[in-house]
Design a protein around this ligand. Structure first.
Ligand code: SF4
Ligand code: SF4
Length: 373
């Protein structure tokens, strides 16, 4: 809706070149990571990505460049998979668990389900030895079935899983239904697919119990890894659990740059690459402020919470609740996270001790079997 008046919503080759050059120059570390999102990025022909690789080589001048791409997997072919393998791309596949859960929400524009196509895409990735991970959303349906959800990923032997809870609000603006952002404080309602905080807590605890008994060190669940990282005082590796934001800016097809892909709203536009340099936008005051605001805007309830070190108030996009003291800025999922941290605390303590003693956290599985926990 933000760009409804623009019919061609695709990045031009001119913009691709400009972005590639500036982005590589703006990175201070030797390694550079490109992350491709859509819409559905495989709707661009392969030639577009071949061109991207050519430009990365031209402007990278020997630097190590990595790419990852986030796709619904339905358009994967042998050609795509060969390309990903040859160029060492990491592919994130959107899949929400078993067929009945996935197909409930992921339908194409004709209303047809997509699960079978996604599974065919995964087979192709496996056939070509492409590295891939699953990116699942947890919605009002699958949140009630955490074990079926998790066992599906065990059955297809997916070892890297990220999941994101659906927390979406709708507001009316000029008579139209729009997605709300954190600044929209009035007359909003949750979408049907959204989960509750209580459901989130129950889902995480049940899934964790399964993982901690069977899969530690083999299957990597992003949120559990991030929790353990925070427990031992390391960077959590996912922005939502980190102390600050600001490293997940996104560029749209027309060169508009926004603070974060969850904040693609006019108020959070940093500028346009044709008028401002990427360095100016990515390291400028507005983006820096956005980053530190994650910490600065925490309500007292969070500041006094014993799990602040693990939670950091989670993602600001979800902070639209008010504390019982009437302070704004509490995370909608707070109850769920608090319950999760309470539940996993003894396990996290155990794994932390193992790590500090330079032993494998996966020893926890034996400790559980031997009733030591
Ligand atoms: S707003 Fe949320 S998704 Fe964006 S950088 Fe911050 S924590 Fe990450
Ligand atoms: S668990 Fe709740 S109170 Fe504690 S830091 Fe997270 S959001 Fe804040």
């Amino acid at each position: 809706m933000l760009y409804a008046e623009m019919s061609q919503q695709v990045m031009s080759e001119n913009l691709l070149e400009r972005f590639t050059r500036e982005y590589i120059q703006s990175q201070t570390m030797p390694q550079v990571l490109f992350t491709w999102h859509g819409g559905e990025p495989l709707m661009r022909p392969l030639a577009f990505y071949r061109k991207a690789i050519e430009l990365q080589r031209k402007y990278g001048k020997g630097r190590i460049i990595d790419n990852c791409i986030q796709t619904n997997g339905t358009l994967l072919t042998d050609d795509w998979c060969r390309f990903f393998k040859e160029n060492n791309w990491l592919v994130g596949i959107s899949i929400d668990g078993p067929q009945e859960f996935h197909d409930a929400y992921r339908r194409n524009r004709h209303g047809l389900p997509s699960f079978a196509q996604v599974m065919k895409g995964i087979e192709l990735l496996e056939k070509h030895g492409v590295e891939w991970n699953a990116m699942a959303v947890v919605n009002r349906l699958n949140v009630e079935h955490p074990l079926e959800f998790y066992r599906f990923f065990q059955n297809i032997d997916c070892r890297y899983i990220q999941f994101t809870p659906i927390v979406e609000r709708i507001v009316l603006k000029s008579g139209k239904e729009c997605l709300a952002h954190v600044g929209d404080k009035e007359s909003w309602q949750m979408t049907d697919a959204s989960i509750t905080s209580e459901q989130w807590g129950e889902f995480l605890c049940t899934l964790f119990d399964e993982w901690v008994q069977k899969d530690v060190g083999y299957r990597f669940i992003q949120l559990f890894d991030a929790t353990l990282a925070n427990w031992v005082g390391e960077e959590p590796g996912v922005c939502s659990m980190a102390r600050s934001c600001g490293k997940a800016a996104v560029m749209e097809f027309n060169g508009d740059v926004y603070t974060c892909d969850h904040f693609v709203f006019p108020e959070y536009r940093l500028g346009n690459i044709y008028r401002h340099s990427l360095v100016e936008m990515l390291y400028g005051d507005k983006q820096r402020q956005f980053g530190v605001d994650k910490w600065r805007s925490l309500p007292v309830k969070c500041r006094q919470c014993k799990y602040l070190f693990a939670c950091n108030g989670e993602c600001p996009k979800n902070r639209f609740y008010t504390t019982s003291e009437g302070e704004e800025g509490l995370n909608y999922l707070c109850k769920g996270y608090y319950r999760f941290f309470e539940h996993v605390a003894p396990y996290m303590e155990y794994m932390k001790r193992e790590l500090l003693a330079e032993r494998a956290p996966s020893n926890i599985m034996n400790a559980i079997k031997e009733n030591k926990l």
